[in-house]
Design a protein around this ligand. Sequence first.
Ligand SMILES: C[S@@+](CC[C@H](N)C(=O)[O-])C[C@H]1O[C@@H](n2cnc3c(N)ncnc32)[C@H](O)[C@@H]1O
Length: 302
Amino acid sequence: MIAYNQAQEAVQNVAQQVAYAADQLQLHGFDRYYNAMVGTYVSTVYKSLNYPAFAHATNRAQTPLTSIEQAVMYTTLYGKSHFNRFNSVITQIMSNNIRTEPVTKTINFVDYGCGQAIASLALLSYLEQYVNCENFTLNFYLVEPSQTTLDLAVLLVTKMSSRIAANVTIHPYHKYLADFLEHDRETLAPADYSMHLFSNVLDIVEVQQQIPNLCNYLHSIEGKQMVIAAGPRYSSNYQGLQQLKKSLNNVIVKQDVANFSVESEIYSIRNNHWIHCSSYGVMMGLCFNNAQTAANKTELAA
Ligand SMILES: C[S@@+](CC[C@H](N)C(=O)[O-])C[C@H]1O[C@@H](n2cnc3c(N)ncnc32)[C@H](O)[C@@H]1O
């Protein structure tokens, strides 16, 4: 009973520290959030979870995470480089011109296998830096089979959204991609653009198996679409990006499948200290325009 109580206390302690990290995200942005998550790993999580156990339990972070400790370790290991990589790809595809004009737009973002929503956070950080969002309506659709990480994703997108002036709504989907594509095809709101984010998921076999269904879905959404994909430079990731590109029709290639790298300061759990490293990745950006129905045209014009 004493051991059980201690374990419960430890979980509560980690949850409190993660809540503090989320507050840091809201107050100071992603770097300070990452530092606070590393602080949680260093002060608490390393005592109960080591890398081999994490890698074994999660198939090296490909299967849904099942605990808050795993989420802290995931962020410590990969959060910074995933964020920097996705942020760099967005900036490359969407340009680094500062746009001060307050244009009115509705944009949907679908973050597939969002995990802790690192791609969505990178996107919000881009908007904060470069775009006047005061007349923007942003809808985030977060698709993720792990309830633990999905809850965290909702919290983090909420905190990060408060840093920009846009009107933001979050729609969580506690689902595998196959379920989402089967049951939620009609879910996106009418929008000027729908952006489809794939961050470190196109290497997953079950996700690759859904690519024909996914393309069918992407072509069924009305209006302008953009696909942004990035991941580490593994052959399986490269194949996933190529497969998605080949399976979509009539796309404008904004950024072809290409190698790139970004510099990051990350905490190395192997060396127990901070290191400067280059994160090597593969990226892709595609645009296409699906036909709009008359009803949707009227709704957007109103
Ligand atoms: C490497 S993590 C990437 C998470 C996040 N996108 C990021 O960049 O940090 C892979 C994610 O895909 C999710 N996932 C695994 N299989 C999936 C599937 N069949 N459909 C949707 N998501 C899946 C996992 O739960 C996990 O959150």
